[in-house]
Design a binder for this molecule. Structure first.
Ligand code: FAD
Length: 354
């Protein structure tokens, strides 16, 4: 059976829920399809020790502040999952969990959304599928010959899994620094942190709050045609969350430049020396999960879809939320996605009234 509606939201993580909140306020008929069996999006799969880099009150979706917990400035991932589950329930958002969308195609005036549970004919679609399901691994020579374990950020859970092992952690971003710190501080693994360029720590007093303010100021400056304001990237790559700071201050977080190749036993460095290793954890980022949009043939350079605000430049019935700054400033953060969701809902409402 094919059902018809105004808006179909693909993905029920924080971006899909923020979209639902604002679509409801616009009085639109919508459904959210989410592949996850339960609420929480990617937060449900994060490693045990992960904490947000912003305090709770700066990590909220529209309408409801994230509750604070006594003695905990930066909430853990479990707290975010609980908050998102409560949010979904509180606003009675129509989310169908355990429903994966395979394809979105043109269907006359509508878009046909094909899921494993049937299909929907939607006047507009919001894609909010995140990046977690598309871990990125760089093409490093020898990856296929290494006999140890290879994991990505998405598979890492806790340091105890590596007790007594020599572990290479690859990546100079927040995930690499946090996982290297987690392993170095607990669990008894020997950690070698590998980064392409020397790690750039943000000043200790800069957390997600300040990052959001800088991103907002930069966006405002660009909107007003001013180019002198530096963006978030100018501040550094790694937020000095407490665990990262502790490991760095204990000199446990010094990095080596990237190795040239993997060997069956370990890695080979630029000077020809080798190091044996039991495991390599690739903290090398993600790509947007957009394969369901392939039939629309909208993807350009780097696999991205060109956008104007949140709307796909080549398809006025499609909006993208989350993913990264290319769908709006701070769109892939808890505090930032609300604004983009509001703009998308307003635009969709105006489009449908035409
Ligand atoms: P997701 O949470 O990934 O949700 C997408 C949902 O879509 C999932 O439920 C998935 O099952 C579903 N889905 C995917 N494909 C399909 C499909 N084809 N059909 C149906 N459903 C589908 N942000 C902050 O604000 N503060 C932080 O401290 C912070 N820390 C982070 C730490 C790490 C390690 C990472 C990776 C990110 C962090 N972020 C942080 C960034 C961001 O907030 C999260 O990545 C967040 O999960 C993005 O939300 P989302 O809704 O866009 O995607």
């Amino acid at each position: 059976m094919t059902r018809s509606l105004d808006v179909l939201v693909v993905g029920g993580g924080q971006a899909g829920l923020a979209a639902g909140y604002h679509l409801r306020r616009q009085g639109l008929d919508f459904t959210v399809l989410d592949a996850g069996a339960e609420p929480g999006g990617a937060w449900r799969n994060m490693w045990d020790s992960l904490h947000l880099f912003s305090p709770a009150e700066h990590s909220s979706l529209p309408g409801r502040l994230m509750p604070t917990r006594p003695g905990e400035t930066y909430p853990d991932a479990r707290h975010v999952v609980d908050y998102l589950a409560d949010y979904e329930k509180r606003y009675d958002l129509p989310v169908r969990h355990g429903t994966s969308v395979h394809a979105v195609r043109h269907d006359g005036e509508r878009l046909l959304v094909e899921a494993d549970e049937g299909s929907w004919r939607a006047r507009t679609v919001v894609s909010a599928t995140g990046t977690w399901s598309r871990p990125f691994l760089p093409a490093v020579p020898g990856r296929a010959v290494f006999r140890g374990r290879q994991l990505h950020t998405v598979n890492y859970r806790r340091p105890d899994d590596f007790t007594g092992q020599r572990v290479l952690v690859v990546g100079g971003g927040n995930s690499g620094a946090q996982i290297a710190a987690d392993l170095a501080l607990h669990g008894g693994a020997e950690v070698i942190w590998v980064t392409r360029r020397p790690p750039r720590f943000l000043a200790d007093d800069i957390d997600g709050r300040a990052l959001f303010d800088v991103a907002t100021a930069r966006r405002r400056a660009l909107d007003e045609g001013r180019t002198g304001t530096a963006g978030v990237a100018a501040l550094g790559d790694i937020v000095a969350v407490p665990a990262v700071r502790a490991a760095r201050d204990a000199a446990l977080l010094t990095s080596r430049p990237m190795f040239t190749r993997l060997t069956p036993q370990g890695v080979e460095w630029a000077d020809g020396d080798g190091t044996e290793a039991d495991a390599v954890i690739w903290c090398t980022g993600f790509r947007p999960a957009l394969s369901h949009l392939t039939p629309l043939a909208l993807r350009g350079e780097g696999g991205r879809i060109a956008t104007e605000g949140t709307r796909a430049a080549g398809e006025p019935r499609l909006h993208l939320l989350g993913y990264g700054d290319w769908t709006g400033p701070a769109s892939a953060t808890l505090i930032g996605v609300g604004r983009q969701a509001r703009e998308a809902a307003r635009e969709i409402s105006a489009f449908l009234r035409k």
